[in-house]
Design a binder for this molecule. Structure first.
Ligand SMILES: [Zn+2]
Length: 444
């Protein structure tokens, strides 16, 4: 546990949110030193995101290049979830106060929630997590054991009332876009589902190039605001321990880091300055199914209580993008890059061909731009485009024979090849979320 400034509450006084969200302990650390890559500086330099005092601190907006990264990341994660058997829902970002009284957030998590808004005789609350909504969606239809495990996913908004003095960048925010899911299953299925969730997390980390520093079994601590039911806590801890052992990952237990309703597996990542935070989590929850009186009809025709497995693969979109910005220093893998192909006409005469190529790339779903002679010398434009994975210089010859000579961001120069082949191969590499800029295996 890194040192914390004395003016912040200790971690056990601030139960980490059920469904993951940024980690308080990491947020409470001092600002990073200037030698380390800092997503706030890079975010400004690369025009990825910004804030405005009139929107409010801790409420960043995403500029087009940042939005392009976020869109690719969101589509990637949804695709992986679909392949893993999840189905996606949308649910509103607020709910009535009673909903959070039932879930337990009002009793155990209120200090991190925005105050209620009065609407006629009702009190509406910006949601502190997605779980209560998903529990209601589950409860809205009858379920047979044959439908289980039912895997419900959403990339949805949630809110946290942070003090303005501690907000900054994408890592301390008041509005959070969470990659979240809840698996409703039988008690016998819970461990398998949690193992599968952990495997999905590890697969996604591999694609993103994210390397965890450790796996943490997060347990309740003394004096924390945890729901009381020792038998259910013990059962959940035993299941999560089994999950970690079956997954074969080394882990350490940490007291005081559990969600208020149950223990969790936290996958810990370190930022550029070496500070640790939670990116991904897996939780087994017996509490909320009780609170929401969830059930399914078993093979015996009787009602049974399902278990909820909460899991987040990439945590909050804000947090993971901040990490990716620092990890890659702005030179993102091609599938995430804001601009994937830049077309560089040598002179005005080649601009029409560059524009045709650009349109062809756009038609193929690639993000492409033309940097024409009005932006300076060719050398200056190549330098300006140094973070773009694929640079295509269009000279007089390329303009007539529909071939392109690609330069890769890593300095390699490829032999001229037919433009259609170049775009198709780039498209295949991007679709495969390939880390290599020009892998021979892809696109052929
Ligand atoms: Zn949840």
């Amino acid at each position: 546990m890194p040192d914390q400034p004395s003016n912040v509450r200790p971690a056990q006084d601030r139960p980490v949110n059920d469904c993951p969200a940024p980690d308080h302990a990491a947020q409470d650390n001092p600002a990073p030193d200037h030698a380390a890559p800092d997503h706030r500086r890079l975010g400004r330099e690369l025009d990825l995101f910004d804030t405005d005092p009139l929107m409010g601190s801790g409420l960043p907006y995403w500029l087009p290049d940042g939005a392009a990264i976020r869109h690719s990341l969101e589509e990637f994660i949804r695709g992986r979830e679909r392949r893993a058997g999840y189905r996606h829902v949308y649910s509103p970002v607020l709910g009535k106060r009673e909903l959070y009284e039932i879930s337990g957030h009002w009793a155990h998590y209120r200090e991190d929630m925005f105050p209620p808004m009065e609407l006629g005789s009702e009190e509406m609350v910006l949601r502190p997590s997605l779980c209560p909504h998903h529990a209601l969606i589950y409860r809205s239809r009858p379920h047979s054991y044959r439908e289980l495990p039912l895997r419900m996913a959403e990339l949805g908004g949630m809110y946290r009332s942070e003090l303005s003095g501690v907000l900054g960048g994408l890592t301390r925010v008041r509005a959070i876009q969470l990659n979240d899911a809840h698996v409703f299953c039988t008690p016998e299925q819970a461990a398998d589902e949690a193992v599968a969730a952990l495997e999905l997390i590890r697969e996604v980390h591999r694609v993103l190039g994210v390397v965890p520093v450790r796996y943490r079994l997060s347990l309740p601590g003394a004096g924390g605001k945890y729901v009381a039911d020792p038998a259910l806590w013990e059962r959940a801890v035993a299941l999560l321990t089994e999950v970690l052992e079956r997954s074969g990952v080394p882990f350490e237990a940490a007291e005081g880091e559990a969600a208020f309703y149950g223990p969790k597996i936290d996958v810990q990542i370190a930022d550029g300055a070496g500070r640790e935070f939670t990116l991904s989590t897996v939780q087994i929850d017996f509490h909320q199914p009780e609170r929401f009186n969830l059930h399914y009809i078993g093979a015996d025709g009787a009602r049974h209580r399902p278990v909820m497995v909460h899991r987040s693969v990439i945590g909050s979109v804000e947090r993971v993008v901040a990490h990716l910005i620092e990890l890659y220093g702005g030179a993102f893998p091609a599938w995430l890059a804001p601009v994937q192909v830049v077309l560089l006409p040598v002179s005005d005469a080649e601009v029409p061909q560059a524009e045709r190529f650009r349109q062809r790339c756009l038609d193929l779903g690639l993000r492409a731009e033309v940097a024409g002679p009005e932006h300076g010398s060719l050398g200056a434009r190549v330098r300006e485009a140094r973070l773009v994975p694929y640079q295509a210089v269009i000279g007089a010859r390329e303009a007539v024979d529909d071939r392109v000579a690609l330069r890769l961001r890593d300095g390699r120069r490829l032999e001229p090849l037919p433009a259609e082949e170049a775009w198709a191969r780039i498209g295949a590499l991007v679709a495969a979320c390939e880390a290599e800029l020009w892998a021979e295996a892809a696109g052929r």
